[in-house]
Design a protein around this ligand. Structure first.
Ligand code: FMN
Length: 406
């Protein structure tokens, strides 16, 4: 079970209505429900009659404390007209899997079962995860229904190409549960507090090549930057994530990902991305020095002892940003320090004309899922935060960013 206090989820306290239609992929809806419930969502489930033949309602009822219903006309003790009650309390309607038949009904506005009647009654945003054989998906009738639903504002996730239940391979496979959940969190965050804002985040370490096989690098895992990018997306921001070499899954819903290796590439990408942005969060650990020369061939050990390595300064990204940025751009720096955390952070804040600095003690935070940081702002306010998940830290930092004057 996920600890909500330590790891606040975008699904916490949200009311999700999960519609399950009659596809073999209905089993994936069970995993989706399980994650939503673990992350604190209240979930009601409607299975169509066809779905209830393929998966049992009892499986869903065992997972959620919400309603699990199929029959529009069955008496319900806690929902006197179920399709109206469920429609009103939903923050979002997710239909996963969505069959060709159910999508056709939604497109036409038919309301002959509990799922279609509720879909017609609700004003909650609609997310559909279609699943069907390629022939059904590609049929002009289905495509017309999909186009009409899109025009009305429905969001689609998938279908993907791959193995289908029939044994064939092609388009029509339902998106995997984590992809559906990613689309759902984006939809829920669409009108969040950062809606309409553009945020640039840098993450990970850089690598400065010594020869074709070696580099000077650092221990940054990219986790803090990725958590910031995800938290900003969850709050409705458009995010550009510029990352050094990292092995982390991309944040859900991220469209703009720029992969870089060296400090010079990070500088170039950052300067290009900040045009028109509202905030820059520099969580990357960028090399301050690089080898003065990069050997074209691998340096051979037979050549003797390697006694010195001439280095030169890399370009200072924050100084370049300070020179080129528009007045509206808020710049948040990160300082990883082995000593005098606050004094060094205050010094960096002043030298780089930052709006806020996040001071990180080293070596406690590299690669860890948690961190204990201190926020230092322009007015001199020093706010030490307790040790908490990087997601919780990210949410706290974004709270500060929202507070900065535009
Ligand atoms: C085993 C089985 C698997 C099916 N899988 C799908 C499917 O993946 N997608 C689909 O659109 N229809 C599928 N169907 C057909 C639907 O179940 C059928 O069109 C049904 O009327 C859908 O009703 P519903 O949309 O109300 O759930 C399947 C039928 C069976 C028997």
């Amino acid at each position: 079970m996920i600890d909500q206090a330590a790891h606040p989820s975008p699904f916490q306290d949200r009311r999700v209505l999960l519609g399950v239609a009659g596809s073999i992929a209905a089993f994936k809806a069970v995993s989706i429900l399980s994650v939503l419930v673990q992350e604190g969502a209240g979930v009601d489930v409607i299975l169509t009659e066809a779905a209830a033949k393929l998966v049992t309602p009892l499986t869903f009822q065992a997972i959620t404390a919400g309603s699990v219903l199929t029959d529009m006309f069955a008496p319900q003790p806690d929902a006197h007209i179920p399709h109206v009650t469920l429609a009103e309390r939903a923050d979002v309607l997710l239909i996963a899997p969505a069959t060709a038949h159910t999508m056709a009904k939604l497109s036409l506005g038919l309301a002959d079962n509990l799922l279609s009647a509720t879909a017609l009654s609700t004003s909650a945003p609609l997310l559909l995860a279609p699943a069907m054989e390629s022939g059904m998906w590609l049929h002009p009738a289905t495509q017309e229904h999909v186009a009409r639903l899109r025009e009305r504002g429905a969001t689609f996730v998938g279908p993907e190409s791959g193995h289908l239940a029939s044994g064939a391979s092609g388009v029509g496979r339902m998106a995997e549960p984590d992809v559906v959940l990613g689309a759902l969190r984006l939809l829920l965050g669409r009108n969040g507090p950062l809606a309409g804002k553009r945020i640039v985040v840098t993450a990970g370490g850089t690598r400065e090549p010594l020869d074709p096989v070696r580099f000077l690098g650092n221990h940054s895992s990219g986790r803090m930057g990725f958590a910031l990018a995800q938290a900003a997306l969850d709050q409705g921001a458009a995010v550009t994530l510029i990352a050094g070499p990292v092995s982390l899954p991309r944040p859900y819903g991220l469209r703009d990902y720029v992969s870089v290796t060296t400090a010079a590439q990070m500088a170039e990408a950052t300067l290009a991305a900040i045009a028109g942005a509202d905030a820059l969060l520099m969580a990357a650990a960028v090399a301050d020095f690089r080898p003065a020369n990069t050997a074209e061939q691998k340096i051979k050990k037979e050549k003797g002892a390697f006694t010195s390595l001439p280095l030169e300064r890399t370009s200072d990204i924050l100084a370049l940003v300070a020179r080129e940025k528009s007045p509206g751009l808020k710049v948040i720096g990160f300082a990883a320090e082995t000593s005098d955390l606050v004094a060094n952070a205050q010094d960096k804040l002043r030298r780089k004309a930052l709006d806020l600095i996040v001071a990180n003690p080293v070596p406690a935070t590299f690669g860890a899922g948690e961190s204990e940081v201190t926020l230092v702002d322009r007015a001199g306010k020093v706010t030490p935060l307790p040790r908490q998940s990087k997601r919780a830290v990210a949410l706290r930092i974004l709270e500060e960013v929202r507070r900065l004057e535009p």
